[in-house]
Design a protein around this ligand. Structure first.
Ligand SMILES: Nc1ncnc2c1ncn2[C@@H]1O[C@H](COP(=O)(O)OP(=O)(O)OP(=O)(O)O)[C@@H](O)[C@H]1O
Length: 396
């Protein structure tokens, strides 16, 4: 179910809309338009749908329009053209045209925001900061303090409730920011580079915590980042922006496998494939394996026997080699050495590499009981060297 739907959205900073919009339609660049009218195009023709429970990451270089698009979702930026619809129960409210009362209702009950700068009030305690927004929702003192305590507990800061924000570290303050946003219990959370000021370890930890909280609370999150590794880790959908436009939006793995432009390819070239790619994107398909007397070579002198696509065994000369099946959640360190492991083709690259490390054997990939391919060191090196993607030209 769509919670946020953005349709043909344009945002322009400046007072010359009557001149700027036709220039945008004629295909003039942002720089041209700045020179001709003095207006800055913040977002141009953005279209995106974010479904319930999704984490959509807006990604791109500085100035590409990420924050401008994000801020449109809670009505902070004036929309020049197009629609920005946000769900309010059974109704979709257009943030471009709704009146002040509706806007206030949407900001207190439907959409809340977490900033990079934490935006905590220094004169209030940590607990009071978390409870602050609830007062605006009209909640009584006792109830809001109890709700704020619950949220502080969730982010592991119960013991810090009575401290002032400046007594906390940056990571802790950002946790307070998260607790405050989650306390509002709005359906949509907007997060503008919330972790970018933090050091890498704390940042990674907070990313994990956000993923956990999201699983429990099933919020719809729009998250701005300029770090593709962060986007790939937390996003269920990624929209890449360049010069005010969304130039590609897709699932993380597809962005890495099929970057639409050179700009996207440059981001992708520096990502860690372990976190993104899955077995089916890496494997050598059965049809491409060398075949001898009805058996398929999986390298290392090992031969795979199939019957109508189903696994029959792996042989080293005529001797059968140990094999086992693995499914996500099973402890990898318990997989015996020298065993060919059969796994589902959706296995993550990280798990596959770890299995290979433990067993010292290639992996056999299956889909619904049919062997579809194998994973050996060659496949892993291929991905680690960034040779796994092929850029598809975008049609304009
Ligand atoms: N309030 C404003 N008034 C005028 N121009 C603005 C305003 N806010 C943003 N812009 C312009 O809109 C463009 C997009 O800015 P935006 O902040 O959305 O980019 P961003 O991708 O979020 O960048 P960053 O990663 O640096 O935060 C920029 O050229 C910026 O100068």
């Amino acid at each position: 179910m769509a919670v946020v739907t953005i349709e043909h959205l344009d945002i322009v900073f400046g007072d010359n809309l009557a001149k700027t919009l036709p220039l945008m339609d004629k295909g003039h660049t942002r720089n041209d338009i700045l020179g001709l009218t003095g207006d800055v195009v913040g977002v141009q023709d953005a279209n995106i749908e974010v479904n319930e429970g999704e984490i959509c990451v807006l990604m791109g270089l500085s100035g590409s329009g990420k924050s401008t698009l994000l801020r449109a979702v809670n009505g902070l930026n004036k929309i020049a053209r197009g629609r920005c619809l946000v769900r309010d129960g059974d109704e979709m409210v257009d943030m471009a045209t709704c009146d002040e009362t509706k806007l206030r209702h949407m900001r207190t009950h439907r959409v809340s925001m977490v900033f990079q700068s934490f935006a905590l009030m220094p004169w209030l305690t940590v607990l009071e900061n978390v409870a602050f927004g609830l007062e605006m929702q009209g909640m009584g003192l006792k109830e809001r303090l109890s709700k704020a305590k619950e949220q502080l507990d969730m982010v592991g800061l119960t013991q810090w409730a009575d401290k002032k924000p400046d007594e906390l570290s940056g990571g802790m303050r950002q946790r307070v920011g998260l607790a405050r946003a989650f306390a509002m219990d709005t359906d949509v959370l907007l997060m503008d580079e919330p972790f970018s000021a933090l050091d890498p370890l704390i940042r990674s930890q907070l990313q994990d915590e956000l993923i956990e909280l999201q699983k429990r609370l099933n919020k719809t999150i729009i998250f701005v980042s300029h770090d593709l590794d962060e986007a790939l880790k937390i996003g269920s959908k990624i929209a890449i922006m360049e010069s005010a436009r969304i130039i590609q939006q897709d699932e993380p793995e597809q962005i890495v496998l099929n970057p639409a432009t050179e700009y996207v390819e440059k981001f992708v070239a520096h990502t860690n494939p372990l976190n993104v790619l899955c077995g089916s994107a890496l494997m050598t398909p059965i049809a491409e394996l060398a075949k001898k007397e009805a058996r398929f070579s999986v390298g290392e002198n090992l031969w795979l026997a199939l019957d109508s696509g189903q696994f029959q065994g792996v042989y080293n000369l005529e001797e059968e080699v140990a094999s086992a099946q693995w499914a996500p959640g099973m402890p990898i360190e318990q997989v015996p050495a020298n065993t060919v492991v059969r796994v589902d083709e959706t296995i993550t690259m990280r798990d596959a590499v770890e299995i290979r490390y433990h067993t010292d054997r290639p992996l056999v990939l299956e889909n619904a009981g049919q062997c579809v391919g194998i994973l050996s060191d060659h496949n892993f090196y291929h991905a680690l060297l960034g040779k796994h993607f092929s850029r598809t030209e975008v049609s304009s």
